[in-house]
Design a protein around this ligand. Structure first.
Ligand code: ARG
Length: 273
C-alpha cells in the first residue's frame, strides 16, 4: 500500500495562456486555443490537488507571458531553498523575476538568482537521493553544478535528444521521491544517459512511445496518487500494479503549448525536519 504525503504546490492561472510563438515542436501559433477550456482544465487540476489534501499557492499571471501557466519552470525549491530560473528563450525571460518576487513576499526572503540557464523543474527532477537534471535543449549543463553546489545534493546530468521531449519533465516523472522511484521514456535520452538511468533505477516503469507522445510522463505524484494526462491510458495499468492510484486529468488545451500536469505544478519542498 502506498502512502501519500501532503504537498505544497505553486500554480499560475492560465489567464493569458495562448500559443503566440513556437519554442518547441508542440506549439503551432496557427492553431487556435480555447482559453476558457484551458482555464477550466487548469482549475480542475488545482481542485483535485486540494481535494487530495495538498496546498496550492497561486502566482499572479502577467499579461504578455502566455507560457506563465507552466509554473514548474519558474524556480526549484528543495529543503526550503529557492533557486530561481533563467530561461533559454527571450519569450519567457520575464517569468523568472515574477517568480523571485513571489518568493520574496511569501516567506522565502533570499531566493538565489542563477548564473546559468536553467528552466527549473522543467529540467530538475528531485528524489530523496538525487536531483536528475536534463540538458540538450533548454537548461545548460553548467546549471547542474550550480544546483548541486546550492542544494548540496548530487545532481545527475541526463542528455535529452528528441526535440519533442525538450524538458526532462516531458520524459521522466518521479513516482515516489522518498524511495527514488521513477517512470521514464528511454527513447528521449542519449544511449549513455539511458544506461545511467538503467543503472540507478533498474525497477523504473518504462513508458511506451505512445504514452510518452501523449505527455504521460508529465505527471505529478504525492507518493500514492499520480495525476497524469488522461490521454496516456497505457500507464494506468502499470501504475496500479505498482500500488499507485492514477488520477487521469484532461489537459488537452495546455498540450497545445507542449505542457501538461507537471508543467503547471511547481513543488515547494519544505526544509528537512
Ligand atoms: N511552451 C512552454 C515552453 O516551451 C511549455 C513549457 C512546459 N513546461 C514544462 N515544465 N515542461 O517552454
Amino acid at each position: 500500500m502506498r502512502t501519500a504525503t501532503p504537498r505544497r504546490y505553486l500554480m499560475c492561472p492560465p489567464a493569458h495562456f495562448r500559443v503566440t510563438y513556437s519554442i518547441n515542436p508542440w506549439m503551432d501559433p496557427t492553431k487556435p486555443v480555447d482559453p476558457a477550456l484551458a482555464l477550466f482544465q487548469w482549475e480542475d487540476l488545482r481542485d483535485r490537488y486540494r481535494a487530495l489534501g495538498h496546498t496550492v499557492e497561486l502566482l499572479d499571471p502577467v499579461p504578455d507571458l502566455p507560457d506563465m501557466v507552466f509554473a514548474a519552470n519558474g524556480a526549484t525549491v528543495v529543503d526550503g531553498k529557492v533557486l530561481g530560473a533563467r530561461f533559454a528563450n527571450p519569450e519567457r525571460e520575464a517569468e523568472a523575476p515574477a517568480h523571485l518576487a513571489w518568493f520574496r513576499s511569501n516567506g522565502f526572503p533570499d531566493p538565489r538568482e542563477p548564473v546559468h540557464i536553467n528552466e527549473a523543474e522543467g529540467d530538475f527532477a528531485v528524489t530523496s537521493t538525487w536531483i536528475l537534471a536534463g540538458q540538450g535543449f533548454r537548461s545548460s549543463p553548467l546549471s547542474h553544478s550550480e544546483a548541486q553546489e546550492f542544494f548540496g545534493r548530487p545532481v545527475i546530468g541526463l542528455e535529452l535528444t528528441d526535440p519533442r521531449y525538450y524538458h526532462l519533465d516531458t520524459a521522466l516523472a518521479v513516482l515516489d521521491d522518498a524511495r527514488d522511484e521513477i517512470m521514464y521514456y528511454p527513447g528521449a535520452f542519449s544511449p549513455g544517459s539511458r544506461a545511467v538511468l538503467a543503472r540507478l533505477f533498474p525497477d523504473a516503469l518504462l513508458a511506451t512511445d505512445r504514452d510518452a507522445a501523449a505527455l504521460g510522463l508529465n505527471a505529478v505524484s504525492d507518493g500514492r496518487n499520480v495525476l497524469l494526462p488522461r490521454t496516456a491510458g497505457g500507464l494506468l495499468g502499470p501504475l496500479r500494479e505498482r500500488g499507485f492510484e492514477p488520477v487521469p486529468v484532461d489537459m488537452s488545451e495546455l498540450h497545445k503549448a507542449g505542457g501538461s500536469v507537471k508543467c503547471c505544478t511547481q513543488e515547494l519542498r519544505p526544509p528537512a525536519p
